[in-house]
Ligand binder design. Structure first.
Ligand SMILES: CC(C)(COP(=O)(O)OP(=O)(O)OC[C@H]1O[C@@H](n2cnc3c(N)ncnc32)[C@H](O)[C@@H]1OP(=O)(O)O)[C@@H](O)C(=O)NCCC(=O)NCCS
Length: 123
C-alpha cells in the first residue's frame, strides 16, 4: 500500500461525509497518489448521496492543510479566529484546541462546511 484514506458518512446527517485520515508512504509522496485516493473517496461518497465532504485539520499540520487546499477544500463559515493567518473554529475539539474545518462541495452540491451535522457538532 502506498496511500490510503479513511472516510465516513456522518451518522447524524447522511448527506455529509468526512475525510477522516489520509496517508501516503513517505517515499511515494508528491506524486499525486493521495490526490488519486481522494478522487475515489469523492466518487464513493457522492454515489451515496453526499453533496459535500468535510475535513478537520490540526493547524500545526501545514502539509495536510496544503494538500486539502490543493484538492479543493475551503474553510467553512464557522471558521472565525485568525491566529497566524489561519481561520480556525475556536475550541472545536476542547478548550484551546482550535481546528480548521474545511469542506468541499461535490458536483453541484451545496456550499461546504455548513451542513446540519457540522452545526450540531458545534452546538
Ligand atoms: C498529506 C499527505 C497525505 C499528502 O500525500 P501525497 O500523496 O504526498 O499528496 P499528493 O502528491 O497527492 O499532493 C497533491 C498536492 O497537495 C499539495 N501538497 C501535498 N503535500 C504537500 C506538502 N508536504 N507541502 C505542500 N503542499 C503539499 C501539493 O499542492 C501537491 O501537488 P504538487 O506535488 O503537484 O505540488 C502526506 O504528506 C502524508 O501522508 N502526510 C502524513 C499524514 C498526514 O498528516 N495526513 C493528513 C492528516 S490525517
Amino acid at each position: 500500500m502506498i496511500s490510503f484514506v479513511v472516510g465516513f458518512v456522518a451518522q447524524t446527517d447522511l448527506t455529509e461525509a468526512y475525510a477522516h485520515l489520509v496517508g501516503t508512504r513517505p517515499g511515494s509522496s508528491r506524486r499525486g497518489v493521495a490526490r488519486a485516493v481522494y478522487r475515489q473517496l469523492f466518487a464513493t461518497v457522492a454515489s451515496k448521496g453526499c453533496p459535500q465532504v468535510m475535513a478537520i485539520m490540526v493547524p500545526i499540520n501545514r502539509a495536510s492543510m496544503a494538500f486539502h487546499q490543493h484538492t479543493g477544500f475551503r474553510p467553512g463559515e464557522q471558521n472565525t479566529i485568525d491566529p497566524d493567518g489561519l481561520k480556525l473554529v475556536k475550541d472545536y475539539s476542547a478548550l484551546a484546541e482550535h481546528r480548521e474545518l474545511l469542506g468541499k462541495g461535490l458536483g453541484d452540491g451545496p456550499r461546504i462546511g455548513c451542513g446540519p451535522a457540522t452545526r450540531a457538532m458545534k452546538n
